[in-house]
Design a protein around this ligand. Structure first.
Ligand code: ZN
Ligand code: ZN
Ligand code: FE
Length: 750
């Protein structure tokens, strides 16, 4: 007979781990107990030595599908008195590494029960089990137990209580368990008519109204969506008008994978993610000739597609015995005003979405922490994350160093996420939003408090952007902790290094929108020689004057006009006119700004260069959302021969004349990508020559452009470089908090 204490670290809370241990122990005849210890699950086990070994092996081999074991520690302990029964002990809070589970999409078994008329959870919009359901977004505190979730307001009925306490059921110890008798309730109301509440069959009415072209705000897991029929051009157009969002693509939720594949091309890898338990929005090529409304993603060959991940979504598509025809595809876009964080309460909705929607489909289970949908692209069949949030946050990224300290990376100003670094694990938060809006800044403060509580994290230092005027910098300052400003593009590179667990010297190629440089100019096309403690600006794309401050971030024509003045000072006016960039009056204003240096900053931003080239080629003069012009340039590109002018500046100088001479826009667009990739390669070669460093990281928002990443990666690998790419951390500003947190971890004293 042998007794052991077994401690299991990883995602072992809220995934049915303790019941699994109890069932396994009963099966094998192991005595003892199991308890949540906040940061880990602890087992006391007593059995013959052989049995105990089988037990330990089965712990990892048969672990529940949503668990993730990072570490198992095992010690012999003295034999203990036992009545041969294996017990689950109530949770107690203890300190240590904490692994909070992300929210999990409805599992197949629950989906079956949902539509089984003989099941007592038939059509229950909140059905869940130990393998699925909300987690992070309903959690008040660790350890994960019902009393510390927003489900505490819904006492279990006797039947649910029995399942919750019976190890043989799928709901043993499943904290959000509930049913039609005891679960949260749906309601439908008109935000413009007080007292218009409908509680009788709200789903039926919502389906009916969606088919009549109405827009409905629907409460999901991490916030509200705005929903309308994606096959109804008028409804989608109306949503665009109401939301003041002329062109930025909307995501579409499809009834099921079969329906989705009628509208989009998928790959086996994409199918895996679409149907998996995280259910991100996946960018897929649209099929030609489908009935999907053109306004869903105007002028865009791709569409963001995803599948239902809550029972409520499923019921919107299928609600037996209702036989009224229902669309296969719903636009489901974040329910927020431009710039503000996603709405998570009825009050938010009344304040922000009243003008955007006709009805609100809500329920009375509060959302504590916002989590927008994650958005994923693919790079040669490998996930390439655009927005990492629901289903992924707050899974930590481990780095190969154990540093017993807690730090915070506050993140950037756009696409903000923050990152808590604790004992060598970097926990990237859900997506918060753009910090130009003070409501988002408030959401940042609130989420920050909540995540620190959940992870029992007390940061001792905080890293922020170098930009002195960022709102995030101010939030960081308020904390009264030692402050570490980290240059924006260096943070991008560190983020890529952290994701790849590469802490050695790296040549960072950071092609990005805008970041504040150490010389107070605008950076964004940087080749940086980086270590984890600092960087040297090795090279950058040729400096150009960026006129008009923030306006030029949306107006590619302004930078295009400035480029013409730089490269063709004598013919700038004529070329500007022939290329149709702007009026001669506007051209004169830009020329005067450049001449007098008023409201003009030297810039090396690769993002702005993309905008300018997009304008020069007549593809997009003005962006209505960030990245529009650059995306359009990417979509326009058709593979051709490399250009004669291989140097970036030569190419830029020749571009206007070649366009006016009638060269194909598609070819020029492709050649611009090629030239930029070639530029990256040349600089990397020179940096290797000087530093003997052979590792290159490709990062920054411009590298969302998969055409450019592929070209750069291929050219670099052909030249013997080891290329680090992002995958589950976005290359854009959503990832920089990870780099900041890594920096703070390695560069603060005790
Ligand atoms: Zn389930
Ligand atoms: Zn119940
Ligand atoms: Fe950036």
């Amino acid at each position: 007979m042998l007794a052991q204490r077994i401690q299991i670290y990883g995602i072992v809370q809220g995934v049915g781990f303790r019941p699994f241990v109890a069932r396994l122990a009963s099966r094998l005849g192991v005595a003892g107990d199991v308890a949540n210890k906040g940061s880990f699950v602890e087992i006391h086990a007593q059995a013959p030595e052989e049995t105990l070994r089988t037990f330990r092996e089965a712990l990892s081999a048969e672990a529940p599908p949503r668990s993730a074991i990072l570490r198992i520690l095992c010690h012999d302990i003295p034999l203990f008195a036992t009545d041969q029964i294996f017990r689950i002990i109530e949770s107690e809070a203890e300190r240590g590494d904490i692994f909070v589970s992300p929210d999990i999409a409805t599992c197949d078994l629950c989906a079956q029960e949902l539509y089984d008329p003989n099941n007592r959870r038939y059509l229950h919009p909140f059905i869940n089990c130990t393998a699925c359901g909300p987690r992070l977004t309903i959690l008040e505190q660790m350890p994960y137990d019902r009393v510390r979730t927003t489900m505490k307001a819904f006492p279990m009925c006797p039947e649910c209580d029995r399942e919750y306490h019976s190890p043989e059921t799928r709901r043993y110890d499943a904290q959000p368990v509930c049913c039609n008798d005891c679960g949260p309730r749906l309601a439908l109301f008109n935000p413009k008519q007080p007292g218009s509440l409908v509680t009788d069959n709200p789903i039926l009415m919502a389906r009916h109204e969606l088919m009549r072209g109405k827009i409905i705000a629907v409460k999901g897991i991490g916030g509200f969506h705005l929903a309308c029929n994606a096959l109804d051009e008028n409804a989608v157009q109306r949503l665009r008008t109401l939301k003041h969002r002329p062109a930025k693509p909307f995501a579409v939720m499809f009834r099921n994978l079969d329906a989705l594949q009628k509208y989009c091309h998928t790959t086996p890898e994409a199918d895996k993610w679409l149907t998996g338990h995280q259910k991100p929005i996946v960018l897929l090529p649209k099929r030609k000739g489908t009935l999907l409304a053109e306004s869903v993603a105007p002028g865009n060959p791709n569409v963001g597609a995803f599948l239902p991940y809550t029972p409520l979504h499923m019921l919107l598509f299928d609600y037996p015995p209702d036989s009224e025809p229902m669309t296969d595809a719903l636009v489901l876009t974040s329910g927020n005003q431009s710039g503000a964080p996603i709405c998570r309460s009825d009050e938010d909705v009344r304040q922000q979405l009243g003008q955007f929607c006709d009805l609100v489909l809500t329920h009375n289970r509060p959302i504590l922490l916002r989590a927008d949908d994650s958005v994923m692209d693919f790079l040669d069949d490998v996930p390439y994350m655009i927005r990492r949030s629901r289903g992924f946050a707050p899974l930590p990224f481990p780095v190969d160093i154990f540093v017993p300290k807690t730090v915070l990376g506050i993140g950037g100003e756009l696409k903000n996420c923050f990152c808590i670094g604790k004992d060598g694990l970097l926990y990237l938060s859900p997506y918060i939003g753009d910090m130009e809006d003070l409501r988002s800044v408030e959401a940042l403060r609130e989420s920050l408090r909540r995540m620190c509580d959940l992870l029992e994290a007390h940061p001792t230092a905080v890293a922020c952007d170098l930009h002195p005027k960022y709102n995030t910098t101010q939030v960081a300052q308020e904390m009264g902790l030692p402050l570490l400003p980290v240059q924006h593009h260096y943070a991008h590179v560190l983020s890529c290094m952290a994701e790849n667990n590469c802490l050695d010297k790296t040549i960072g190629i950071s092609f990005d929108g805008t970041g504040y440089g150490t010389d107070k100019t605008i950076w964004g096309g940087e080749i940086l020689l980086c270590t984890t403690s600092g960087f040297q600006r090795f090279a950058h794309i040729p400096t150009f004057p960026q006129p008009g401050g923030d306006a030029s971030a949306r107006d590619g024509w302004r930078i295009a006009t400035a480029l013409l003045l730089k490269y063709h000072p004598d013919q700038a006016e004529r070329l500007t006119e022939e290329l149709g960039l702007c009026s001669s009056q506007e051209q004169k204003v830009i020329a005067a700004m450049l001449r007098t240096n008023i409201n003009t900053v030297p810039s090396t931003s690769a993002g702005r260069l993309f905008d300018a080239v997009s304008a020069l080629l007549g593809i997009c003069r003005h962006s209505t959302f960030e990245g529009e012009a650059a995306m359009a340039l990417q979509f326009a590109a058709k593979e051709t021969q490399p250009p004669k002018e291989t140097a970036l500046e030569e190419f830029l100088r020749a571009l206007p004349r070649r366009r006016l001479a009638g060269d194909s826009v598609a070819a020029l667009a492709w050649q611009f990508h090629w030239t930029l990739a070639e530029f990256a390669l040349c600089q990397a070669l020179a940096a290797r020559e000087q530093s003997h460093c052979n590792t290159v990281a490709l990062t920054g928002g411009v590298f969302q452009n998969t055409l450019l990443v592929r070209m750069a990666k291929q050219r670099l690998e052909q030249n013997g470089f080891r290329v680090l790419l992002h995958s589950l951390v976005p290359p854009n500003d959503g990832g920089i908090a990870l780099g900041q947190a890594l920096y703070a971890t390695l560069n603060t004293g005790e």
